[in-house]
Write a protein that binds this ligand. Sequence first.
Ligand code: NAP
Length: 324
Amino acid sequence: MKAMAFPRYGPPEVMAMADIEKPVPQENELLIRVHASTVTTAEIASLTGSPFIARLATGLFKPKQKVLGVEVSGEIEAVGASVSRFTVGEQVFAYCGFNGHAEYICMAEDGIVIRKPENVGHGEAAAAVDGMLTAIPFMRDKGDVQKGDQVLINGASGSIGTFAVQLGKYYGAHVTGVCSTGNVDLVKSIGADEVIDYKKEDFTSTGQTYDVIFDTVNKSSFGKCKGALTEGGVYLTTFPTLPVMVRRLVPGKKGRKRAVFHAAGLRKPREKIMDMVFIKDLLEQGKVRSVIDRTYPLEKVPEAYEYIEKGHKKGNVVIKVSED
Ligand SMILES: NC(=O)c1ccc[n+]([C@@H]2O[C@H](COP(=O)([O-])OP(=O)(O)OC[C@H]3O[C@@H](n4cnc5c(N)ncnc54)[C@H](OP(=O)(O)O)[C@@H]3O)[C@@H](O)[C@H]2O)c1
């Protein structure tokens, strides 16, 4: 089968189409014919092997996994003998972690895979997995976003950001999105009550305070945002900066302003599967939609990573692996 592989760490050019063995499902596995995967910003570290510390997980001298692609949507082509929850022909979407940029993937039936909502295409379904599985624990669990809260999302036009804005509205918050001029209309279109254009205004110096500031793209700091938090407000970040990690070791008094980093990717599979069901419901009800910036064919995956490396994608970038 065709896959986009990378034999060594490096820039997107190190990737090349490869003909690799089609996987055979084990007893408890599903063989999924992949229709769509995506390219995500977090994967750049796995591709380049930088920062070096990331290699502790991905392989010290060369990548352990040769095919990227963390989320997929597709159709079940075969099932192992003991599989009972899925049947051939069903459409599913999944968090696979690696190996999404290939024509086929095998996943355990109790993996992070569930039936795809019928009202969205494979590209939209695949694109909703990683961004939502990250935005949900931040907004719901760490931010405890409630009706009437003032919530600010920095990086509101990115993958996590576009989902965080929509989740904030779902939980009944007053949501302010921060993005650049060209993305103001997009962020309004997904429901933000207010949009701050960071090219024109610094959200930390408007005088407005927020119960939750969620910096999805690591472009601010707790120190700078503290003045824009309400008493007891929380600053959330997707990136483990030293000051935030040090604060984690020194718990502040109750009711104080807090800074929280969370490694959403390290949550237990069980929790992620439950959130997949929640994502499916939200997509079905039209409460959340995936923003798709561009779609590339499998052969153009390196170009897709080159594009997202620049740091300005809008929502998600989809890879069309095969026809729907
Ligand atoms: N902690 C976790 O568990 C976890 C899980 C997944 C990902 N992550 C990390 O989360 C981060 C965000 O991921 P993502 O996929 O959402 O990123 P993304 O989609 O690549 O974010 C791109 C967006 O960032 C915006 N942006 C760039 N500079 C900005 C600035 N100065 N102020 C505000 N917005 C700015 C861009 O908007 P403009 O074009 O308008 O500038 C663009 O729309 C990544 O670093 C990723 O590694 C963490």
